[in-house]
Design a protein around this ligand. Structure first.
Ligand SMILES: Cc1cc2nc3c(=O)[nH]c(=O)nc-3n(C[C@H](O)[C@H](O)[C@H](O)COP(=O)(O)O)c2cc1C
Length: 179
């Protein structure tokens, strides 16, 4: 059986190369709705989504991440871009008092990834930005409008894909059926 939802689930990939095109307002609105329509435990919605399309802000974040990575792992190339060249990144902050917030955030992020794919955009979920918040929260939390009492949880980058990727290999033994 196949339908539009299953097709998006089957075909979504982590895209790590993008054209420089900005997302349109219509595209960002679709992503915002996908995030806000996600289910959350007790409907608490314990997250905040900051969509960044400012080239200046993204470039400052990229450069700081590259400096940090190089200091931690000298084998990394100096120009390694943790944001994968994406023209739009949504940074997701989560309420640290809410034990379900990482799960709620993951669901919202996957909703956005599927919505992006369904409108011809690529996306990649990003955990690596955490290193930047760990090293320099005092700069980046206010600059990215992280609410009081919230911490960086995960990010997701979007853009027009400039590359493709194979489906990921699936590990053995991940599923049991008890009939
Ligand atoms: C929580 C999480 C964090 C991730 N962090 C990164 C990241 O920092 N950089 C990156 O290139 N991909 C990142 N990924 C993407 C995974 O590497 C990718 O989902 C996985 O290899 C499977 O490939 P697929 O998404 O194309 O199916 C992350 C994915 C998840 C769910």
């Amino acid at each position: 059986m196949q339908n539009e939802v299953l097709k998006a689930i089957n075909e979504r990939r982590s895209i790590r190369a993008y054209t420089p095109d900005r997302l349109t307002d219509e595209q960002t609105n679709i992503l915002v709705r996908a995030a806000l329509e996600a289910p959350s435990a007790v409907n608490r919605q314990p997250y905040h989504f900051t969509f960044v399309q400012s080239a200046e802000t993204l470039s400052a974040f990229r450069n700081e991440a590259a400096r940090l990575l190089k200091a931690q792992r000298p084998d990394m190339p100096e120009d390694f871009d943790i944001l994968r060249g994406a023209p739009c990144v949504c940074f997701v902050f989560a309420d640290t008092e809410n034990t379900w917030s990482p799960i709620d955030t993951g669901i919202a992020v996957e909703n956005m990834a599927l919505a992006a794919h369904s409108i011809g955009l690529g996306s990649v979920i990003l955990g690596m930005p955490r290193a930047v918040f760990e090293a320099n929260a005092e700069t980046w939390k206010p600059r990215l409008e992280c609410p009081e009492g919230y911490e960086f949880c995960v990010a997701i980058a979007f853009g027009v894909p400039a590359g493709t990727k194979e489906a990921h290999p699936v590990r053995e033994g991940l599923v049991s059926f008890i009939d």
